[in-house]
Design a protein around this ligand. Structure first.
Ligand code: PLP
Length: 441
């Protein structure tokens, strides 16, 4: 193979060949145009939102779905719908996007962290040390589109009287024990943000099998008002903005979606099954190719489920690769070399969540709420960064192939095969790469 592109050689892959996400086709354009022609752009029970909710619930095998304006708000209404609030603790994994923990904080509750396993998902072995008399729920994240190991989490929750709320922001269509994620206990929040396998630009969906929880979530989504049951409200095409007036019966906000996002998401949902199957096929082929290289560990299909490969995180081990670099040096050298070969490579996250100033300094609302409503000594101990060695190792020793702008699900076979070729080339030259990394410091 030729010279490394990082050293002036020809890149394996033309970076411009990557497809951007989401794919906006005529079906999407028509769907949004129909909304504009109809002239109804909003409403808690408006037609596109209602249709999307029914279609998404069916796709996830859930009884109910509720459109929200983001994945974060979907998780927040899930926390509220589970009756969790001031001073309550919710156990979350140390590795995720910060929205997982913020959805808890914004509902007045307190996140408590546990370390993760090598696949980035919550390690059930850490649950008992995170448990306190204030714990009310566990929020596992189906990170990268691979289901968390729900069986031991549900068992622990049941034994301790806790609810399980799934952060399924990245996991549309993923399964565990043959069932789609989302309704294993109290419900779930999905994200429809642009990079997600199902996109509406921005947006989210709360799913649940519990009609009362749906009502509670809808109330939080609509200014704390008691509205008609979701999908049963009277909607008048002639006067879409004029309904009954309502009083607020509790704290809520305005977390509804709008009609254009719902219509766009419906068009995307029609293609999601086929696109996911293609991404899974590509992921399997790329994993097989990377498995051939010493010191490279691609993501595995989880033992009890299926992944939708929203992200493709690859572990890199300099010792097994026979390269005299630290994990961090090796990670950065490989990342730069693959980028030079035309691959999209990102870190996605740089720090385990507890390390963020938000948690280290417990920067809450006003005088520090909700942290101030908790046991500060317990929280200080729990938030100590050294308590999450696997999350740290994961971030220091791995890279994410593809990117938010050009994720795996958007790519064709030849682009994906280009990643295998780029990796093989970089591996063949890893001695030179190490030399370069040492010179560059
Ligand atoms: C794991 C996880 N949870 C929650 C969210 C929040 O979703 P959103 O950005 O739609 O609010 C995201 C996405 O960004 C995520 O990746």
């Amino acid at each position: 193979m030729g010279k490394l592109a990082a050293l002036g050689g020809t890149p394996v892959l033309d970076r411009e060949l990557h497809a951007r996400w989401p794919v906006v086709d005529d079906d999407c354009r028509k769907a949004v145009a129909t909304v504009l022609e109809r002239g109804v752009l909003s409403g808690s029970d408006a037609p596109e939102a209602r249709a999307f909710q029914e279609e998404f619930a069916a796709f996830q095998g859930a009884k109910h779905a509720l459109l929200t304006h983001s994945g974060t708000s979907a998780l927040q209404v899930a926390v509220g719908a589970a009756g969790i609030g001031e001073g309550d603790e919710v156990i979350v994994p140390a590795y995720s996007f910060v929205a997982t923990a913020l959805a808890v904080v914004c509902q007045g509750a307190i996140p408590v962290f546990v370390d993760v396993r090598e696949d980035g998902n919550l390690d059930p072995a850490g649950l008992s040390t995170a448990l306190s008399k204030r714990t009310r729920a566990i929020m596992p994240v189906h990170v990268h589109g691979a289901p968390a190991d729900l069986a031991p989490i549900l068992e622990f929750a049941q034994a301790n009287g806790l609810r399980v709320i799934e952060d399924a922001a990245q996991a549309h269509g993923a399964t565990y024990d043959g069932r789609p994620v989302g309704t294993f206990d109290a419900g779930a929040g999905f994200s429809l943000q642009s990079s997600k396998n199902l996109s509406a630009g921005e947006g989210g969906v709360f799913v649940t099998n519990d009609e009362d929880a749906l009502d509670r979530a809808n109330k939080i989504r609509n200014f704390g008002q008691n509205l008609a049951r979701v999908g049963t409200g009277k909607w008048n095409a002639e006067r879409p903005l004029d309904g009954n007036w309502h009083v607020s019966n509790g704290v809520g906000s305005m977390y509804r979606g709008n009609e254009m996002m719902a219509a766009f998401a419906r068009a995307q949902l029609r293609r999601l099954g086929e696109r996911t199957a293609r991404a899974q096929e590509h992921a399997a082929r790329l994993s097989r190719a990377l498995d051939e290289l010493p010191g490279v560990t691609p993501p595995r299909v989880p033992a009890r489920g299926t992944s939708v490969f929203h992200k493709f995180r690859v572990w890199l081990d300099p010792v097994k690769a026979g390269v005299d670099l630290t994990p961090l040096q090796f990670r950065d050298a490989v990342r730069r070399a693959l980028q030079a070969e035309g691959c999209e490579v990102v870190m996605w996250q740089g720090e385990p969540m507890p390390s963020f100033p938000l948690f280290q300094e417990m920067r809450g609302y006003g005088k520090g709420f909700p942290f101030s409503a908790g046991d500060l000594d317990f929280l200080r101990t729990n938030y100590a960064p050294e308590r999450f060695p696997m999350a740290r190792r994961l971030l220091d020793s791995s890279i994410v192939l593809f990117s938010q702008t050009c994720p795996l699900i958007a790519q064709n076979a030849s682009v994906v095969d280009g990643y295998a070729a780029a990796f093989r080339k970089v591996w063949e030259h890893r001695g030179e790469l190490a030399e370069l990394a040492r010179v560059e410091g």
